[in-house]
Design a protein around this ligand. Structure first.
Ligand code: AMP
Length: 390
């Protein structure tokens, strides 16, 4: 059966079309710049890339372009071949503890969480409405980035602030990248051939987060109320002393909105290196002796190691450490910087295996297995969607 996995933003819709349960991707693509006269529709199939630039006024037109493209290029004979659509949703708050079939109540609840994910949830809702209008007779399933983290205990998800901030306004840690953390920790358990495991997943991409997963359930994660928290990222600062906000707002004569813009978009690698948010460019600069680029990488590696140490203590040990996402999967340098700090935990790795981005990079003597695992959020969405198809 064919299932579509969808990741939509305010001006884009990305999709992958799977054959399930084989989990084979037969086509993928995206519509970008929705709302513009020069929107771009890209479709990949059988090694070919088909691209069109044309006006796409809204998400509904974008969805139609995708379906028409799949039929035009003979990926599908008709739309009816798609038996379900899974939608990635960034924020599920405390309402959603698992993936859900999207009905009016679920859609309303997704919209009700918009103030916690203003850039994402409204855009997801717009795309869901567009898909449901064009494909009303198949199940549409919401798969949330936050549900995997809903198993955290109070001592992990609460902040030490007045309690009513939580009870009245929902201020707590929700985490993000949950679908990736779930996928990678499940793959890890398969590699370990058991379920009762203590695993740390380092999802290090442009956005970056770490999670502690005990017996397949998330017990802590580094992103917080929003994805700004935790370790430094491509452009995000990660956690910092909150007193800095007011201090620097006064020094720079700026308001809180501009401060958040700086912490979200101009910090992290970009802020420290004053050069780039991209890890590859940062590494090229380090090779040329750029000290600030090196500091940006070192800062992040130190903070990743800090989290690993803290989760080691919280879980009472560690069976496996996994690196995933753009940098985690592809940067031996970043992994080395982190792993060299972990010898106290009995972590030993093989330089050659690390340099080759192999699946297992720990040595046989290592007390902790170290894996490099390619994440696959789309297949998780397709898997969850399949469960709702009768
Ligand atoms: P993601 O957000 O998971 O797509 O990851 C994006 C980040 O991965 C960017 O900073 C890229 O520079 C980085 N990245 C991708 N490929 C490599 C590579 N071969 N070496 C180092 N970093 C990489």
């Amino acid at each position: 059966m064919k299932i579509m996995s969808v990741n939509s933003g305010s001006s884009s819709i990305k999709f992958q079309l799977f054959i399930m349960p084989e989990e084979k991707v037969i086509s993928k693509g995206q519509v970008e710049k929705i709302g513009f006269d020069d929107a771009i529709c890209t479709l990949r199939y059988n090694g070919e890339v088909y691209k069109k630039v044309l006006p796409i006024k809204d998400h509904a037109v974008g969805v139609k372009m995708i379906i028409d493209g799949l039929i035009e290029h003979k990926v599908l004979k008709s739309m009816d071949e798609i038996k379900g659509v899974g939608h990635r949703i960034v924020q599920g708050g405390e309402i959603f503890k698992k993936s859900e079939l999207i009905d009016k109540r679920v859609l309303d609840d997704i919209i009700s969480l918009s103030d916690m994910a203003p850039l994402h949830n409204p855009a997801h809702a717009t795309a869901i409405k567009a898909f449901k209008k064009i494909m009303p007779n198949v199940p549409h399933v919401a798969v949330f980035d936050t549900t995997f983290h809903q198993t955290m205990a109070e001592d992990a998800y609460m902040y030490a602030v007045p309690y009513f901030w939580y009870s009245k306004y929902g201020v707590r840690k929700y985490g993000a990248h949950g679908t990736s953390h779930k996928y990678v920790s499940e793959e890890t358990n398969k590699l370990l051939s058991r379920e009762n495991t203590k695993v740390i997943v380092c999802h290090i991409g442009n956005g970056a987060s770490i999670s502690a997963v005990k017996d397949g359930r998330c017990v802590d994660t580094s992103m917080g109320f929003t994805p700004l928290d935790g370790i430094p990222m491509g452009t995000r600062s990660g956690s910092l002393d909150p007193a800095i906000l007011n201090f620097m707002e006064n020094k720079l004569n700026i308001g809180t909105d501009e401060m958040y813009e700086i912490l979200n978009k101009k910090s992290g690698y970009l802020g420290v290196s004053e050069l780039t948010s991209d890890a590859r460019d940062l590494e090229a600069a380090i090779d040329k002796g750029n000290k600030k680029a090196k500091l940006a990488f070192d800062l992040q590696a130190k903070r990743i190691a800090d989290y690993i140490g803290s989760y080691y203590v919280y879980m009472g040990g560690l069976d496996a450490l996994c690196f995933t996402a753009g940098i985690g999967e592809n940067s031996p340098r970043l992994r080395k910087l982190v792993l060299d700090r972990l010898s106290v935990l009995g972590v030993k790795y093989d330089e050659k295996l690390n340099n080759e981005n192999k699946l297992v990079i720990s040595t046989n003597e290592s007390k902790v297995k170290v894996f490099v695992i390619r994440t696959d959020e789309e297949v998780m969405i397709a898997r969850d969607t399949m469960k709702f198809i009768k």
